[in-house]
Design a protein. Structure first.
Length: 156
């Protein structure tokens, strides 16, 4: 990640294009132009500008984790030893079932999202794998019952 990010100014057309692409990244430029009420040529130019500026980093599929066999999800908050972030982050990257992790401020230092097939696997990931990593002082785990994502595109 870049240390200093300079945001670009997004106008209403940019926001409409982003919102439509988040809903369906496979939209053709023609369909995107129709939904955003601009010309196809204008859409090509805008999307290319947003990609070059790093606003659009790529196009990916959204996966229903439960339907893909990962029915148990949890947030694991970690308190870590001072100066252990770099080494710990490299270790976390290698762990199966770790979807993502974030360095945070507050009572905890790292927040890890784990997607596992079942509670038994989740237990093993937390107690056997994550707790054995160098640099961890303590952890707290919360099970995820329901979640919503991509909400920002409604207010962008």
């Amino acid at each position: 990640m870049d240390d200093a990010v300079t945001p670009i100014q997004l106008d209403d057309v940019d926001r409409r294009l982003i919102k439509e692409l988040v809903k369906d990244g496979r939209l053709s430029m023609l369909a995107l132009a129709q939904r955003a009420h601009v010309s196809r040529t204008h859409v090509y130019a805008r999307v290319e500008r947003l990609e070059k500026a790093g606003v659009i980093e790529g196009f990916t599929a959204r996966i229903n984790m439960e339907r893909a066999g990962f029915a148990t999800s949890a947030l694991i908050a970690l308190t870590i030893l001072q100066d252990s972030w770099r080494g710990l982050s490299e270790q976390l990257k290698t762990l199966r079932y770790v979807e993502r992790f974030t360095l945070i401020g507050g009572d905890f230092d790292v927040l890890v999202v784990v997607r596992a097939p079942d509670n038994h696997t989740l237990r093993n990931v937390v107690l056997d794998r994550i707790h054995s990593l160098a640099g961890i002082r303590s952890s707290r785990t919360w099970l995820i019952f329901e979640e919503w994502s991509d909400l920002c595109w409604e207010w962008l």
